[in-house]
Ligand binder design. Sequence first.
Ligand SMILES: Cc1cc2nc3c(=O)[nH]c(=O)nc-3n(C[C@H](O)[C@H](O)[C@H](O)COP(=O)(O)O)c2cc1C
Length: 213
Amino acid sequence: MSFTVAFPALEPRERYKLLCATIVPRPIALVTSVGRDGVVNAAPFSFFNVFSEEPPLIVLGLQHKPDAAPKDTTRNIAETGVFVVNLVDEGLAEAMNVCAIDFPPQISEIEAAGLTLVAGLDVAAPRIAQAPFALECRRSVSLAFGPHRELLVGEVLRLHAREGLIDPERLRVDTGAYHPVGRLFGDGYARQRDRFELKREMYEEWRASRCDR
Ligand SMILES: Cc1cc2nc3c(=O)[nH]c(=O)nc-3n(C[C@H](O)[C@H](O)[C@H](O)COP(=O)(O)O)c2cc1C
């Protein structure tokens, strides 16, 4: 028997469970940002995706802490208006997970995770040297949805790629060399080892292939 449930009747925790277990896998942005105090921060966000290419926009879903205080990432971006999205591959997954730990202020998550920072070219936030791709971004707009939630839209100013991942002439990503990791629910993650292709047809091709049967 199929199942249906109306969302207004659910507790937020139950909605989270259903949304995060069904909308999978989600790409992971390991966001580096720097506050007014100069302290660099890195934290993962899987409420993340590309939104458009003209203008080139990405979106991040930033949840505040239980006392409604913004996370360090959110506060830093509010203060400086810039950040870097470092994409996460299999080699970076464990370090990404270390960055999600709520360390006391005297401990740098970047050091704890063994990550190396490289200065940004267009923004005053560094990227992570180990990341397969890094997007230097400027905040376009952020929208508050109640006291605990912010939707941040960022404009991509520059892309960095690790050597061997992009053909610089044709701007083609080598999909055989890029091994991104996706977030599932809870502590679950997915590799992309089982890809397949579906050729997108014109209407005429689709009609012709149906008539051939
Ligand atoms: C894989 C993964 C994805 C996450 N996605 C989000 C997210 O989309 N939004 C969010 O607010 N927190 C998310 N978190 C939790 C934050 O990474 C975590 O609260 C982090 O400590 C925030 O760090 P900050 O205070 O240094 O910004 C995620 C954690 C993990 C491990």
